[in-house]
Design a protein around this ligand. Sequence first.
Ligand code: APR
Length: 315
Amino acid sequence: MTRITVVGSGFVGMTCAQKCAEQELAEEVVLIDIIEGKPQGIALDLNQAGAVEGYQCRVRGTNEPKDTHGSDLFIVTAGLPRKPGMDRSDLLDVNGKIVNSVADYIQAGSPDTRVIVITNPLDTMVYQMAHRLGFPKERVLGMAGVLDSARMSYFISETLGGGVADIRCMVLGGHGDSMVPMPNFSTVDGVSITALLPEADIEAINHRTRNGGAEIVNLLKTGSAYYAPAAAAVAMAKAIVRDEKRLLPCAAWLNGQYGLKDIYLGVPCVLGARGVERVVELELDESGMKLLHKSAEAIRKDLKILREKQLLPAA
Ligand code: APR
């Protein structure tokens, strides 16, 4: 039986479970949380929705880590979301402990699995997950670039006044203020947006993309975005479980690519059954490369804090 486990049944987790079930990405979707009754209730609701929609996937809600054993893929959303005024890095301590505890049961019961991390601060949490698991790094990756690129695509469609269907964007770097939108690699039906929009508009779109998460946090006041994050993670999950070889920007392990090592960072990747099957190296201009390295520096600062808190062993 194919099994996808979604860890955390909050807003992001339950939306991921819903999308996985509706798209029948596995025969069973396990939804696990530490709150008793919550994943079980959501699972029951989703199974009843399946009776209306006709999807053939069973959702199982549980508080028991052993029920996740033998999963083909994990989507990890467990952790606290940001509140207004909070930076993603403010979540390091509390979410770092949660990620370690989840890694332990993934390692014990699903040694061949692939793991997509959503928990923030994303680039450090995926690093920590990979480190704790000790799995081949290509089987552990983070969701950020697909989401940030989707936000950028939407803002371009708003500015141009058309639909979003033909727009493809590329956002690299960390999932935070230091992310690097790439207008040169962002197109409308193959035409670079630099040929379609004035520089001031592109700058405004880049700025809004960098603040895309905070804009929603400030509007919601309690909690953060979940529809687009879940859509992004499930697109990645689909590319992996169906071995689609899609090129998507993800937080992937770098071992010399872009002149960076020993870090997870947002870069274009080919996703297939093995997880990150290839990191694609774009030819960046000097300023793009500089911004990418600056973004890596911001992540290294958070990794240092994790080491000081002993959530990661010393480098
Ligand atoms: N195991 C399983 N679930 C856990 C654990 C754990 N060890 N610790 C916390 N959780 C659960 C919580 O009980 C809660 O149900 O994770 C869920 C988080 O849900 P929400 O608070 O609704 O947060 P959500 O909006 O889903 O965001 C989750 O994704 O985008 C990121 O920044 C966001 O890090 C946050 C994560």
